[in-house]
Write a protein that binds this ligand. Structure first.
Ligand code: ZN
Length: 195
């Protein structure tokens, strides 16, 4: 697809097999990898013989140890994705596709919960939305974890900002099946394509 980019939300070890392991996470990682490989195969090699892949942007939950979303601070969640820990790392099968410029961190302010990757920032201080606009992306395809929280919030913020947004339904994991299905239905009604 032209003018398209993939946004990979929170495919981090704590959400896959760690303190907040989500349902269907292994399937979501495998499905995302397959999607990326299919897109790569469709791309013509450049002069050097390298297949340039369409942009893949990564969102990373990235909390200080005293983050407000953790139970010890009165928040709803167990500690997760603490900066510098294995749980905060991108799954090893997907990590090779992540570049510094296209990796956006969120939840770094200890006082602020941040489910959406929309205002996540790369190390240069640019937001996800800013970089998508700079690259003239119109169509954003989303995979990741978890459907009801960070995937939904990211997708809705992108839709509000005018992007065409679609979600790869075989490439998302969730906290609870009921919430997952309700979130998908609500997003579809809002105009997000579920594919
Ligand atoms: Zn978090």
């Amino acid at each position: 697809m032209k003018d398209a980019a993939l946004v990979v939300v929170d495919m981090l070890y704590d959400f896959i097999d760690g303190s907040m392991a989500c349902q269907e996470a292994d399937k979501a990682v495998a499905g995302s990898l397959r999607f990326i490989e299919e897109q790569t195969a469709l791309t013509d090699p450049d002069d050097s013989g390298i297949r340039s892949i369409f942009p893949i942007l990564f969102i990373r939950d990235h909390h200080p140890a005293n983050h407000c979303s953790f139970a010890e601070q009165g928040g709803p969640w167990p500690p997760h994705c603490v900066q510098g820990t294995h749980g905060a790392d991108i799954h090893k099968d997907l990590a090779p596709y992540a570049t510094e410029d296209l990796t956006f961190f969120k939840g770094e302010n200890p006082q602020q919960e941040q489910y959406s990757g929309f205002e996540g920032k790369n190390p240069a201080g640019q937001s996800l939305a800013e970089v998508l606009h700079l690259m003239d992306i119109r169509n954003v395809i989303i995979c990741g974890i978890a459907t009801e929280y960070c995937v939904r919030n990211t997708a809705e913020d992108l839709l509000k900002d005018g992007f065409n947004v679609s979600i790869l339904k075989d490439c998302i994991a969730y906290v609870e099946a009921k919430g997952h299905h309700e979130a998908l239905k609500a997003m579809e009604e809002e105009g997000i394509q579920i594919r």
